[in-house]
Write a protein that binds this ligand. Sequence first.
Ligand SMILES: [Zn+2]
Length: 273
Amino acid sequence: MIIDFHVHLAAREHLEPIAAEFCDSFWDGRGDWDALLRPQAFDAYLEREGVDYAVGLPEISPRVTGVTTNEYVRERFGGCRRLILFANLNPWVTPRPDQEVRRLADQGFRGLKLYPTYQHFYPNARELYPLYAACQELGWPVMVHTGSSVFRGAKLKFGDPLFLDEVAVDFPDLTLLMVHGGRGFWYDRAAFLAGLHPNLYLEVSGLPPKKLLEYFPDLERIHRKVVFGSDWPGNPGIRANVEAIRRLPLSEPAKRAILGENAARILGLEAGP
Ligand SMILES: [Zn+2]
């Protein structure tokens, strides 16, 4: 099973120009990513790319990348067989995020993504603890952006994976993913933390697959704690990423775990779509 844990569902019209241009830069001469963002077209695209399931993401970051609401994502993509929808909550916009996640769970969302670097909050802020408690109770995995970003307005200090150490200690049954694996200057601490906390995972979207062993020399040892993601459309070919991971000098069980088995366990998926 191949699972892509990180696909953005923002239409071009939702994005700030800098973010739209960033996506376009990967697609030069390869078609129009925005045209693929139709329910049936996207399911067919994932099938062509060899992806069984993908986690689809909204994003409410008005000061940096743009606004793609939970409502838009649910209305447009709720019927996609291959998409598992995660919600986003911006704690500055949603005063009682713990109540909001329960409402979103009733609507079919299956997890949460947080963007501390774009929404400017510390992931271990006490104000977020009721939200984490609600996610833990719902069995919702929580993805948290860690590491660098090229977008103007991002504040990198909020992306330190070390903040998730405290959250993992205080919510031992909550599944947490360090998105982008602490990209840039925190690879070592992200890998260490993934090895330390049973429910804290390293998610490798937005990183060149052929560099993964350079960034994470311990990848084989911690392979049950590593999850593949593409960061589509900031990356035109999901299949090419999967193939690049298959070419790494890792054991077959490690490749299967990273490309799908770990995600299937986190998401509670047993069979294909
Ligand atoms: Zn992303």
